[in-house]
Write a protein that binds this ligand. Structure first.
Ligand code: UDP
Ligand code: MG
Length: 313
């Protein structure tokens, strides 16, 4: 039985040695307890620091290490996809290089698959301690909104840290879309999932790659990728505004019949015009988001471009 660990790395020079040490410890334990053989797949997502040389060095000393290095930064979602494609194990786990996804949970997760009959063991953090307040608040709101809008359940606090059976990995790989939102993809493919809760832990070294603006873009990605409800909302907004216009017209007409038609009220007219054109632009913007995704999707560009793998050494 072989387990593949897929590890996306973007400028993780500082965290890598610590990660490797921890993962080796857990692997040795599991080799004894579960008879598991491991492969570690590091995906270097176009790092600008010494990540790639560090991975090459690890490969030199440990044949279980494999790697893919991208020609530039393609993002974590692309890195996960590349890693899953390369993985040969019967079980595949995806986890971050910064030890925020504790490898020590792996034995429990494997037990759930082997003895519990689950296809996937996933993790979610129950606290968002150590995170800026505003960010936690926005994150919670985001999960509420997306779960209202989308049929695919997006679990609040779910991490990308999971252990999957081969059949689930193959299902995920079949979803070869360009705009990837892993939290949605993992949920969309179905299969039975056991959830493991754990307390949020800070990074061991280095800095987070997420800016607030990056998270906003990521949430739009999720909503547009897994729901078409905003389009329907836009259409309904149109219907509502037509109704309001009709009622207003009726009111003006009756008033003119009863009291004549004195010319006044252009400030209110300007406000109404501004409001209506604002709503129009907003709705066009929503349509534009979907159009843009469609445009990127039909171009069928590769999800990532590999520059080097362990075979080139
Ligand atoms: N990562 C990546 N490409 C990117 C950004 C991040 O491969 O463009 C990796 C990063 O090296 C780490 C994981 O994705 O292993 C999670 O990143 P980070 O710790 O910055 O996110 P957070 O844990 O704060 O959500
Ligand atoms: Mg992290």
């Amino acid at each position: 039985m072989r387990i593949s660990l897929v590890v996306p790395c973007y400028n993780e020079e500082a965290a890598l040695p610590l990660f490797y040490a921890e993962v080796c410890r857990v692997a040795a334990e599991m080799e004894k307890s579960h008879g598991a053989a491991f492969e570690f797949i590091f995906v270097d997502d176009g790092s600008a620091d010494g990540t790639l040389p560090a991975i090459r060095a690890l490969r030199g000393q440990d044949a279980r290490v494999r790697y893919i290095s991208f020609s530039r930064n393609f993002g974590k979602e692309a890195a996960l996809y590349a890693g899953l494609q390369a993985a040969k194990g019967d079980y595949v786990a995806t986890l971050d290089a910064d030890l925020q996804d504790p490898p020590s949970l792996l034995p429990q997760m494997l037990d759930a698959l082997q003895n519990g009959g689950f296809d996937c063991a996933a993790t979610r953090r129950v606290t968002r301690r150590g995170e800026p307040r505003l960010r936690s608040w926005c994150a919670r709101k985001f999960y509420r909104v997306i779960n209202k809008l989308s049929d695919t359940e997006i679990v609040d606090g779910a991490r990308d840290y999971r252990l999957m059976r081969r059949r689930m990995v193959d299902a995920v790989l079949q979803m070869s879309e360009y705009n990837r939102f892993s939290k949605g993809i993992f949920s969309w493919v179905g299969f039975t999932t056991k959830w493991f809760d754990y307390e949020n832990v800070g990074r061991v070294a280095g800095k987070t790659k997420w800016s607030f603006w990056g998270l906003v873009k990521y949430s739009v990605e999720g909503i547009v990728g897994f729901s078409t409800a905003p389009l329907i909302i836009a259409a309904w907004a149109g219907v509502l505004f037509c109704l309001a216009a009709f009622l207003g017209l009726l009111f003006v007409f009756v008033r003119a019949l009863l009291f004549g038609d004195p010319t006044s009220g252009w400030p209110s007219l300007v406000c109404i015009l501004l409001l209506c054109s604002g709503v129009q632009l907003f709705c066009i913007g929503i349509v534009g988001q979907y159009l843009a995704r469609t445009y990127l999707e039909v171009k069928r560009r590769p999800i990532y471009i590999a520059k080097e793998t362990e075979q080139d050494l």
